[in-house]
Design a protein around this ligand. Sequence first.
Ligand code: ATP
Length: 336
Amino acid sequence: MTNTGHTEAKGVRLEGVSRSFGQLKAVDNVSVDIPAGSFFSLLGPSGCGKSTTLRIISGFESPDQGRVYIGEEDVTDVQARRRPTAMVFQNYALFPHMTVGQNVAYGLKVRKLSASDVKSRVQDALRRVDMEAFEGTPVTSLSGGQQQRTALARAVAIEPEVILFDEPLSNLDVALRHQTRAELKALQHRLGLTSIYVTHDQEEAMALSDQIAVMRAGRIVQTGSPKELYQQPDSAFVASFLGGSNVLDDAQLIQRLTGAMPAGGYVVSVRPEHIEVDAEGGVEAEVVAHQYLGMQTSLTLEVDGYRLEARIPGDQEIPTATRIGVTSSRNVLDDR
Ligand code: ATP
């Protein structure tokens, strides 16, 4: 690692990476190619193997099988501190007895940079995240958002080629999360670093990412841009994970609702916004609950003992207990 100027982003490639803990295959034969300079998210429910995959890239965890490449270099057997990666953790992992500046300087001192290089890099990193005024402040007196930015400055200061984020916004409240998300995106764009981001929050992944890999039970089930995944999910799992969906397995109901006749054993996924309410000749449904969300209202419908979610424009009102006809002609897909 140089101590002078800019680093060049490098891509990351995993080839057939697996990692078990006892009987559990936490990561199961994962292969993925993450382009240099891109913002790439690993998205999936709790326990699907996202963090373990990220830790394997950072070198904090070793794979049982498979290889890890950063740029052209096979780093599988390279120690974590010798890899060109920096990690930003969920709890920030800041040293509580140190100031902001000391926290940012820490990794640079470990790398044995000269005092003047440490000083200039700390100032530069703090400037990039708009925290230069806080250099002498103890981290314990910072807000959550400021701690988050300090953690980011600490990662940026070591001039990594790849920056790894493990749910870095989950400790922030909703408003700050949105703001920090926008800052993070802008910063990533400015620095042009390859960013790999772990989250279970689909909205966050969609807002930030160039590409998303959706994980389930240790495997990557689909990779694509947010739009591709949203518009062309290739399984009901991906559809329901991105944007929410009604997943139906009752062939009769599917046929009455959508007009499609699924082959046996398949499930069908229908997005809430693709259910048309008040449709003539549709299936009869009862509105059992509604939640006003501003732009939209979410209706919970009961049809033949099943619950479905539909979305209608926020200015439209359909009271609870109303019986309506519902159909859906769009975005029905078989789970493969
Ligand atoms: P979360 O969002 O909850 O952190 P995740 O998708 O990041 O989930 P991992 O943390 O990678 O999932 O964990 C995958 C599975 O491996 C989980 O079942 C977890 O309990 C297990 N696991 C992870 N690390 C270890 C470990 N060091 N020892 C034993 N089991 C582990």
